[in-house]
Design a protein around this ligand. Structure first.
Ligand code: PLP
Ligand code: COI
Length: 338
């Protein structure tokens, strides 16, 4: 493949194949490898009317040895099951999920970016209600699709500091809503905030808890973290997505002699942090250089020398080295695609 791998955006690019499977009459059928980018869908499918849909975002990485490594796919599977249960869908079986993901990668092997380009293959499993209903009720039929696309950094800044804007006039999720699930509705609800931040020249919105607007929830499509006195602080909230990247960081920190606090994080604390950042599959670890509170017209500035903070840098180096196979994987997080 002759692509400008080092300059890939985080966007959709057509690859050769995708994998699909349908659940009908109480059972999942055989999965099909397709070269079409389109799905034929019933106009009354529950996904179209009532948003019965969940997806995952995961990545595969090419190592120096040429091998392809998938990062923590079982965690993505568990989260997809949780999302499915949360909006009353039938999840794929673990075997189907794994087969579909690994087949989609293998069939599109040439699209896995070369080692050293910083790019990776993004994997998007999608599950939705495809059976017709008109009353508000769960579908009896489901479609599960996995497609892949090679991607570069989520933020144009890459691992350079990104600017974030606090958004208060729209909410992504309610405390007892679907914020902990990776369902399409949350992203629809986030679009106004994303657009507002972008229009103001910022990379992503910072969402506060929708009840009191006092605590930090998330950064666009990534979790929030802060560093203070060698302590990693990350929000505890009933409205945020449990990030697998954040979970992995939290599991690495004891081995890095960095302390951890998982608790509600007040926006008033922004002043006191040494470093702040966003983490996620797409965002990887994105240091934040500025948080702009538009309503208060107040700026919180970090990375004043233009570089990521030292603790964010250390965490980034360790995580990315495991993902690309440049360092040993003591946690058993990567699985090689054979
Ligand atoms: N929060 C939201 C809203 C997301 O969409 C994502 C992306 O998946 C994350 C956090 C980060 O989660 P993960 O690290 O599992 O990709
Ligand atoms: C991810 O990090 O995988 C995401 O899902 C982000 C995405 C919604 C663009």
């Amino acid at each position: 493949m002759n692509l400008d791998w080092s300059n890939l955006p985080f966007g959709y690019m057509k690859t050769d194949y995708n994998v699909r499977c349908t659940y009908k009459d109480g059972a999942w059928g055989e999965f099909e490898v397709s070269s079409s980018e389109y799905l034929q869908i019933h106009m009354s499918a529950t996904v179209l009317h009532y948003g019965q849909e969940a997806f995952e975002g995961m990545k595969a990485y090419r190592g120096k040895d040429g091998k392809i490594r998938v990062f923590r796919w079982e965690e993505n599977y568990k989260r997809m099951v949780n999302s499915a249960n949360g909006i009353l869908m039938v999840p794929p079986t673990k075997e189907l999920f794994k087969e579909a993901v690994f087949t989609a990668i293998k069939k599109n092997e040439k699209f896995v970016p070369p080692h050293g380009t910083g790019a990776s293959m993004y994997i998007r499993p999608v599950l939705f209600g495809s059976g017709p209903e008109i009353g508000v009720k769960p579908s009896k039929e489901y479609t599960f699709v996995v497609f892949v696309t090679p991607v570069g950094p989520y933020f144009k800044e890459g691992f350079n500091p990104v600017k974030i804007a606090v958004v208060r006039d729209s909410d992504r999720a309610a405390p007892l809503g679907t914020g902990t699930l990776k369902v399409g509705g949350n992203y629809a609800a986030s679009l106004r905030g994303v657009e507002k931040a972008h229009k103001a020249g910022y990379g992503a919105p910072m969402y506060l808890d929708s009840c009191s607007k006092k605590y930090i929830d998330e950064i666009g499509a990534a979790n929030f973290f802060a560093i203070k006195d060698n302590t990693y602080i990350t929000p505890e909230s009933t409205a945020i997505l449990p990030s697998i990247t954040n979970k992995s960081i939290l599991e690495m920190l004891p081995d890095m002699d960095i302390k951890v606090e998982r608790r509600p994080v007040s926006i008033d604390e922004l002043d006191s942090f040494d470093e702040v950042g966003a983490c996620g599959t797409a965002a990887v670890i994105s240091p934040i250089g500025e948080v702009y509170d538009m309503d208060e017209d107040r700026k919180y500035l970090y990375c004043k020398d233009g570089k990521p903070g030292p603790v964010s840098q250390m965490i980034y180096d360790k995580l990315v080295a495991i993902q690309f196979g440049d360092a040993p994987d003591p946690y058993g997080w990567v699985e090689i695609v054979e």
